[in-house]
Write a protein that binds this ligand. Sequence first.
Ligand code: SF4
Length: 353
Amino acid sequence: FSRNYKLAREVSEAQTNSTKVAGSSSIDNNNNHHNTSLSHEEKSPYAKFRGSKALYVTDFASLAWCEMQQHYALMVGGKKETKAMKAGSKIHNELELQVHDIITIPTKTKEDLWGIKLYNVIVGLESLDFNHKTRELPIFGFVSDLFVFGIIDQVGMKKREGEWTISDTKTRVRPSLPDQKKILPSVKYQLMLYKKLFDTLIQGAIDDEIIYQRLCLNPDLEFSSELANIIKRFRNFDNGEEKGFQPNLRNLMKIVVNNFGKFRKSSNTLEVNYKYQKDGSDIGSLYFEYDENQITNYLTKSAKYWKGDRTPDGVPIEEAWKCQICEFADDCEWRLNKIKELSQTKRALAEIT
Ligand code: SF4
């Protein structure tokens, strides 16, 4: 048994088909989006779209592109998967397989699913400790009381600085680096949130009881046999080193918190690594500095949206070019209102002049 395995939930054919059907029928109906009216919304976006599940880091980061677009995407069950997105996932998978093998196992309970995530954190941290590098490291924590989960593309040791550097991989159509100023705000917020969550876990400042409550998990429920057996082998249970170890969330979480405590805080310099979409080759990296005020203000504002304390905004007029490539443009209330306002202003100006 190798310790260098990560786990993934085995998805049955029935589950795959039902996901596909739900996705395709709700996104588009003969190119007419439906049920996207923002009126009469009673529940907060968090309650409505996530229920007792976690928010993802990307749920926060993607608001920086256009909040209204994110809201519409949630209403119709997701954005259409583009060619670039498919190419990006393929490259991410190939990169992960360079570091870890992945085995799929059947899951029976919600606790099993979170058990897999925690197991993957432990394997990822071991890899970081031994190899000074890990890929696809699960991370979690709270933003304004909301539970957030994410997966960091890569954490590695930069020899010169001697610090852990968090990086995200992006794919590009052209084999050249973009201008430094063109690092998207959504990418910056994504990386800054990863760092914030990573460093909080290192400080041990996390209350696992609240996580179980929020996600409606029973921390003492023993995992289903397949996962329980893997974890027992992983912990050398068979050799009698840890007699009495119960494979459940509470015990895995203790190991996770303890293992994070062995690391130092991550570097303030964050990395965006670019790969060429066509063949996955490395283009190079751009770096930027973590800004605590900037990320705190952004997360406070974003959390208000998720909690339903404010409505989503569309893009400002100077970013109206985003509407031209937006799949929700035809029905977007924000855009239609702006067009109306603009034509009223033009009419008023024509009357004055
Ligand atoms: Fe946002 Fe423009 Fe799309 Fe509306 S049309 S969701 S404002 S990008």
